[in-house]
Design a protein around this ligand. Sequence first.
Ligand SMILES: Nc1ncnc2c1ncn2[C@@H]1O[C@H](COP(=O)(O)OP(=O)(O)O)[C@@H](O)[C@H]1O
Ligand SMILES: [Mg+2]
Length: 167
Amino acid sequence: MNQYDLNQNYILPLPEPEHEIALETKNLEVFYGAKQAFFAGNLKFERYKITSLIGASGCGKSTYLRSLNRMNDGIGTVKGQILYRDLDINGPDINVYELRKHIGMVFQRPNPFSKSIKENITFALKENGLKDKEKLAEIVEESLKKAALWDEVKDDLNKSALALSGG
Ligand SMILES: Nc1ncnc2c1ncn2[C@@H]1O[C@H](COP(=O)(O)OP(=O)(O)O)[C@@H](O)[C@H]1O
Ligand SMILES: [Mg+2]
């Protein structure tokens, strides 16, 4: 288990990016038990670019992606290196909670909390100490507008987010 106190704000010891590579994997292999699920991934991801990974079902795309913010911890074992701005993300000093503020994932299947639409949006902000109701309401509106959902849900902010359609 991670030994960090979640109420503390740790900072990743991040070097300033010196080059255009945000994330790089070197000789990456991932195993589930004895089964190797991902083979030798030497890939570089450039900053401010969109990179697609394409491959047959079961070839290891999701396994690879989950390794990039350590979501395979406790499920699979990783060999090789994953460097985020030259920092080895599997190194001994890495706080995975901080790491995941830098490297996030959006999955094809949405996963709202079993709370209202409004609370789903404000959850993390409140956890981080934002209490100003007006400010929170502003952020809810702004976020839903950015996601082109405001007109559809503005009268249902207190209804369960589980009722939203997948799209
Ligand atoms: N949690 C797991 N435990 C054991 N094997 C797994 C697990 N997750 C995926 N696999 C296996 O690892 C291989 C790669 O799977 P996955 O990364 O999901 O591929 P993709 O996303 O490219 O379809 C597959 O053979 C799959 O069955
Ligand atoms: Mg997949």
